[in-house]
Design a protein around this ligand. Structure first.
Ligand SMILES: Cc1ncc(COP(=O)(O)O)c(C=O)c1O
Length: 388
């Protein structure tokens, strides 16, 4: 197996999907997989056996879901802005459409016979992974956010006049804290109280970003809260996980190509943050690396005590910013050593590019019985298709 490659641990994926099944049954909600986080056919087929449908954001995602899913499953589509061209496909392939603004409702609501309509709310509260993520790019409720109707636009008459029967509240982002989830939901309930009490509102999506597959997450208590929410307002509740299902099963395995020194040591890897883990650059996060700790994510003393060998991990493209971050190891890195990024399933493969003409990582699946299957191989011909 030549690096770089992604590898999926089927055992870990099954564990996450068992939790999804528990939530579906105990909370009585619908779990819709967010295909924006991951979209590889062979693994989607496994995920689709344990979910009630999908949430999509692009017309091709909706068409893809329609092709792969069994009839009767939910295809819930949301976009910050439907264009005239895309709307036709969204309306044709979706069971539910969620609008981002009243002007989009006015433009399209009458052109979707048989499709259920909802709107996204921006309640201006959020539950982020760490305090430093509030107000940043990944905070949907940050100032000037373009996502959803702010509280001053929640005009009850518009809901009644346009037969809007669903709400989306996607305000969590990689949130592993159950109490924070619960407190944020309560705040959303207060802001949306009048709407939630409308008999016309039949379904509410609580979005993605809730890390209920994290070790030690209180699943029973979570199910109880979701169930009580559904019962209190007599609504069907949707959850839209991406990260919680697909992040932890994957690792990105790379090798050290060189070690250069300029005041600090940088290990240059045969992968790239820009091309293979782009969220490493977009959001203030450093990926976990096996047998290492990250400077950004580890308390300073713990970081210093971990081990004496500190490296910037750098990517293979010539972009100056193509770095994964600064890490400490217990033993020195040498050319040829493997470096393993963990929890890399979400928002990586779907965003991978051939930037700089470097090879995309192949993708493997390690079956529960230990057998390893190559499920996607990339070669020069894929690059040619991309540039032609
Ligand atoms: C509307 C919506 N639903 C669900 C998700 C999936 O979120 P996550 O992968 O964090 O669970 C996203 C991600 O951005 C989203 O925008």
């Amino acid at each position: 197996m030549e690096t770089p490659y992604f590898i999926c641990d089927e055992h870990q994926l099954s564990r996450n999907l068992e939790i999804v099944d528990t939530i579906r049954h105990q909370a009585g909600c619908k779990v819709l997989f967010a295909t924006k986080s991951f979209a590889l056919n062979s693994i989607l087929k496994i995920i689709y056996q344990h979910t009630d449908g999908v949430v999509t954001s692009g017309a091709y995602e909706a068409m893809h879901a329609f092709d792969l899913l069994d009839l009767g499953k939910y295809v819930v589509s949301y976009s910050p802005g439907f264009s005239d061209r895309d709307f036709q496909n969204f309306a044709k392939y979706s069971s539910h459409l969620i609008f981002n603004s009243w002007s989009q409702v006015f433009r399209y609501r009458d052109q979707m016979p048989g499709v259920k309509a909802g709107v996204r709310i921006n309640p201006q509260v959020s539950a982020m992974r760490t305090p430093r993520h509030y107000g940043g790019l990944s905070d949907y409720s940050r100032q000037y956010s373009r996502l959803g109707l702010p509280p001053d636009q929640l005009d009850i008459n518009a809901f009644l006049d346009h037969d809007i029967e669903g709400l989306m509240l996607h305000v969590n982002c990689e949130n592993p804290d159950f109490e924070l989830f619960q407190a944020t939901l309560r705040k959303c309930e207060i802001i949306c109280q009048n709407l939630l009490n409308l008999p016309q509102i039949k379904w509410v999506s609580l979005g993605g970003g809730i890390s209920y597959t994290a070790p030690g997450y209180p699943i029973e208590a979570f199910c109880q809260v979701v169930k009580e929410f559904g019962n209190a307002y007599q609504v069907e509740v949707f959850l839209e996980p991406g990260h919680a299902v697909i992040s932890s099963p994957f690792q990105l395995v790379a090798s050290v190509v060189d070690i250069v020194e300029n005041e600090m040591k940088t290990a240059i890897l045969d992968t790239s943050a820009e091309a293979h883990l782009p969220d490493a650059l977009l959001y203030p996060t450093e990926w976990s690396v096996q047998n290492a700790v990250t400077k950004l994510e580890t308390p300073p003393q713990e970081y210093r005590d971990y081990g004496p060998y500190e490296y910037i991990l750098g990517g293979l493209t010539c972009l100056s910013g193509d770095v994964f971050g600064t890490y400490r190891f217990k033993s020195p890195l040498n050319i040829g050593d493997p470096v393993v990024f963990v929890n890399t399933g979400d928002y990586s493969m779907v965003k991978n590019s051939f930037y700089n003409g470097i090879k995309k990582p192949d993708i493997y699946l390690e079956r529960v019985d230990g057998k390893i299957e190559l499920i996607r191989e990339y070669s020069y011909s894929d690059y040619l298709t991309h540039v032609s």
